[in-house]
Design a binder for this molecule. Structure first.
Ligand SMILES: Nc1ncnc2c1ncn2[C@@H]1O[C@H](COP(=O)(O)OP(=O)(O)OP(=O)(O)O)[C@@H](O)[C@H]1O
Length: 267
């Protein structure tokens, strides 16, 4: 039985029958992989991908961003072959800002190629800088240690939001942050998501983070990888610190952990 709802009217993301080899077909990182994300316009959704190290999570994000084509298979956005990934934003674990530019210039740059006048670009950039909690830092260079790791990830999120992405891809965005900053960033992301409601595809190794942020969690097995589990997160829409003490949250974390242990033992 498919893990995905293939009766959905329309999918915003469709990976179909994907095979990926990096050594000319001797071994496959991904084999017969499908990944469908239903289109929920004006509502968005938050999908989390978990899987062992090397199971192809970043590879999957690169397909959706249009940065890489699979060895075989189809990559569809809105049920059409991916042609233009302009409305796909991406945030990586490593800071993806330009360190020789200020925070304001980094954020405004995302709109430079859209033909929007500079004054308007800067005003819009300042709104988003304020939204991610960086007001007062806009004239600093986007580099460490002028800004902390958490602040640099705020810049990366602000940059990605500027383009008003329909799809936001996040590859372990909080993986390098200390625990307090990580928790703050999770709440920032959750509130931004409620406001902008893009479709987020989020990769993490942190199970508690996956359950806290996700609507749906998909788990990859080790290579040759494909998705082997789907867990729907039936927690309230608005989550906060209290949610993590809720018995349902604790049970879901346990369920995901059991499934991760199980995939670790799969051939
Ligand atoms: N361009 C490439 N050339 C060769 N091998 C690659 C390339 N990109 C990825 N791989 C290999 O494919 C496998 C999957 O890589 P990928 O980065 O997608 O996994 P991941 O699940 O994101 O890993 P991690 O959790 O460790 O970040 C790894 O074995 C990696 O070495």
């Amino acid at each position: 039985m498919s893990l995905f709802n293939d009766t959905a009217q329309a999918n915003i993301i469709g990976l179909k029958n994907i095979n990926q080899s990096y050594d000319g077909g001797e071994t496959y990182v991904l084999e017969n992989l499908d990944f469908l994300v239903e289109d929920k316009p004006a509502q968005g959704q938050f999908v989390v991908i978990l899987g062992p190290s090397g199971s192809g999570k970043s590879t999957i994000l690169r397909y959706i961003a249009g940065l890489q084509e699979p060895t075989d298979g189809q990559v569809l956005i809105h049920d059409k072959p991916i042609t233009d990934a302009k409305r796909v934003g991406m945030v990586f674990q490593q800071y993806s800002s330009l360190p020789w530019m200020t925070v304001l210039d980094n954020v405004a740059l995302a709109m430079r190629y859209q033909g929007i006048p500079e004054k308007e670009r800067r005003e819009k950039a300042m709104e988003i800088i304020e939204r991610v909690g960086l007001a007062g830092h806009e004239h600093k260079f986007a580099q460490y240690p002028t800004l902390s790791g958490g602040q640099l990830q705020r810049v990366a999120i602000a940059r990605s939001l500027m383009a008003n992405p329909e799809i936001l891809l996040m590859d372990e965005p909080f993986g390098a942050l200390d625990i307090n900053t990580r928790l703050q960033m999770q709440d920032l992301l959750a509130s931004i998501w409620h406001e902008f409601h893009p479709t987020v595809v989020f990769v993490t190794h942190d199970i508690s983070e996956a359950v806290y942020l996700g609507d749906d969690i998909y788990i990859l097995k080790a290579p040759p990888s494909r998705f082997v589990h789907h867990i729907h997160v039936d927690l309230p829409f608005n989550r906060n610190k209290e949610t993590k003490r809720d018995q349902r949250f604790i049970d879901l974390v346990q369920e995901v952990e059991d499934k991760m242990l199980q995939v670790g033992q799969m051939e």
